[in-house]
Design a protein around this ligand. Sequence first.
Ligand SMILES: Cc1cc2nc3c(=O)[nH]c(=O)nc-3n(C[C@H](O)[C@H](O)[C@H](O)COP(=O)(O)O)c2cc1C
Length: 200
Amino acid sequence: MARLLILFAHPALEKSRVHRRLIREAQAIEGVTVNDLYEEYPDFQINVQREQALLLDHDLIVLQHPMFWYSTPAILKQWQDLVLEHGWAYGSRGNALRGKLVLSLITTGGGEAAYQHGGFNRYTIAELLAPIAQTVRLCKMEYLPPYVIFGTHRMDEDAIAMAAARYRRLLLALRDDRIDLAGVNGSPVLNPAVAMLLEG
Ligand SMILES: Cc1cc2nc3c(=O)[nH]c(=O)nc-3n(C[C@H](O)[C@H](O)[C@H](O)COP(=O)(O)O)c2cc1C
């Protein structure tokens, strides 16, 4: 069983329609650790030792957040700046994270068609996530194609419930090594592989 750590960043969970449902599912799964960064560090005083110890204890790190200004909520940037230390996470002697897997699991208000060249947002999700992908690689980890829940602005309660059920099954499949992660290498997003897995 893979040990999953969810680094969860949502600054206003009380207003959330989607992540509130998702994270409740994650909290109920055995073998999944949810690290709610805004709850843990409301003043942004990140405990670097605690965060590094959590990373060492897990195999797959999930960065779960809404897309904010084509990027992550602020605390996830603070987390990267403080936790991924030179000589620990990267650099010639920084090998602590080598071989771990990282997956971005994000929601976007905009629909999938908006995240294409020539679309409303002009760039693809993979392009917008390039700084994270490259940070992960610099830290000697493997960055998986992101799993994206597009179009949250238009999702009704039924659609959110379906997304939450799919998310739960995705986490179980990741935990139990039921996704061919080598096979998804190079895909722009994980969504088609997850759809195939859940339909099959
Ligand atoms: C400050 C802020 C910035 C946002 N920036 C984007 C954005 O760049 N692209 C996008 O598609 N949606 C953007 N959104 C919409 C959120 O991604 C969307 O509301 C969220 O995925 C819904 O999840 P929730 O119900 O859990 O809050 C933004 C929302 C806020 C509040």
